[in-house]
Unconditional design. Structure first.
Length: 304
C-alpha cells in the first residue's frame, strides 16, 4: 500500500472545486483502492468563495487538506507549498480548473507503479486560443528543447525526486526545469488540455510574460553571453573606425561636419551600455532576492 498526494494550486476557482474533487476521488477509489490518498488544496489568496467551498469538501472527506495563504503569493508559491506539505509516496501536481482531466491521473499512477519515478503529461492539444498555443510552444522550445513541444504543467513525482526538488531553496523558480533537472527515470505521456468551462482564467499575458522572463534568466546564461559578444563586436568595430579616422586625419580628409558619426557612435554605444546594465541589474536583483531569504509564502490557515 502506498500513499498518493494530489496537489492543487487554487486561485479564484469557485465552482470547479467540487466537481474536481468528485472526479478525482472517483478515479482514486475505482482504480487504486489498494492505496491511500490525500488531496491538498493550496488557496492562494482567492477573493471568491473558493475557501468556503474547500471547507465543505473537508467536512465530507478527512483526506482533504487545506492550506490558505495570507494573501496572493502567485502560482509558483502555491505549487511549492503543496510539494513541501505533501506526505505521499508520490505527488501529483495539477490545475484546479478542470483543464487537467482527473482521468489522466490514472494513467500517470499506473506508469509510476511500473517504476517510472517522474511521469509527465505533456499537452498534445490545448483548449485555448491559437496565440496561446503558439507562444507556449515557442516558450518550451527555447527553455526546454528536449521536452515535447506542447510543454507541461501536469506531473507525477516520486518521493525520492520530490525530496531532491524540495531541497532547492532558490527564490525565482522554473519548476518544469527543476523537475527535469532532478534526473531520475522520466516518462512522457500525452493528453488533451481541456477548455476552461467554469470561471475565468487569471493567467493573463503579463503573468505569462513574467514567467517566461523569470525562467529565461533563471536557467539560461544566454543574455550575459550575448551581451558579451555584442560588446566585443561593438568594441572591435569602434577600434576599426578609430583607425579609419586617424588615417583620414593624416591625409587631410577629415570632414568638417564630422559630428554625425560621432553622435551615431555615442548613441549606439550608449544604448548598448544601458542595455547591458539593465540585464546585469536583473541578475543583481535576483542575487539580492536570494540574499534576503524571504519565504515564498505565508500560511494563514492550515487544516489537515
Amino acid at each position: 500500500m502506498a500513499k498518493i498526494s494530489v496537489c492543487f494550486a487554487v486561485y479564484q476557482n469557485e465552482g470547479s472545486l467540487t466537481p474536481l474533487y468528485e472526479r478525482m476521488v472517483h478515479e482514486l477509489k475505482t482504480h487504486f483502492a489498494h492505496h491511500t490518498y490525500e488531496l491538498l488544496f493550496v488557496n492562494d489568496g482567492s477573493k471568491d468563495n473558493s475557501l468556503n467551498e474547500l471547507l465543505k469538501l473537508k467536512e465530507w472527506d478527512t483526506n482533504v487538506k487545506i492550506i490558505s495563504f495570507s494573501r496572493n503569493f502567485g502560482q509558483m508559491a502555491a505549487i511549492l507549498a503543496g510539494w513541501e506539505n505533501a506526505t505521499g509516496d508520490c505527488v501529483i501536481n495539477m490545475a484546479a480548473d478542470l483543464q487537467d482531466p482527473p482521468e489522466q491521473c490514472t494513467l500517470m499512477i499506473k506508469e509510476w507503479e511500473q517504476g517510472n519515478e517522474i511521469v509527465i503529461s505533456y499537452r498534445n492539444s490545448h483548449g485555448t486560443s491559437s496565440t496561446r498555443k503558439l507562444t507556449s510552444k515557442l516558450f518550451y522550445k527555447m527553455m526546454l528543447p528536449n521536452v515535447p513541444p506542447g510543454g507541461f504543467d501536469f506531473a507525477l513525482i516520486d518521493r525520492k525526486p520530490m525530496n531532491a526538488i524540495n531541497a532547492l531553496h532558490e527564490r525565482n523558480r522554473f519548476y518544469q526545469y527543476d523537475i527535469l533537472w532532478a534526473g531520475f527515470k522520466v516518462k512522457f505521456i500525452p493528453y488533451d488540455k481541456l477548455e476552461r468551462k467554469i470561471g475565468k482564467s487569471q493567467y493573463n499575458f503579463f503573468k505569462r510574460f513574467k514567467n517566461f522572463y523569470t525562467a529565461f534568466l533563471n536557467v539560461s546564461y544566454l543574455p550575459l553571453r550575448l551581451l558579451t559578444a555584442i560588446g566585443g563586436i561593438v568594441a572591435l568595430s569602434g577600434f576599426a573606425y578609430a583607425l579609419n579616422i586617424i588615417w583620414a586625419y593624416y591625409v587631410h580628409e577629415t570632414p568638417f561636419q564630422g559630428w554625425a558619426p560621432i553622435m551615431i557612435l555615442i548613441l549606439v554605444i550608449g544604448g548598448l551600455t544601458m542595455l547591458m546594465l539593465g540585464v546585469l541589474g536583473e541578475y543583481i536583483w535576483r542575487i539580492l532576492d536570494e540574499v534576503k531569504r524571504r519565504p515564498h509564502y505565508i500560511i494563514d490557515k492550515k487544516i489537515d
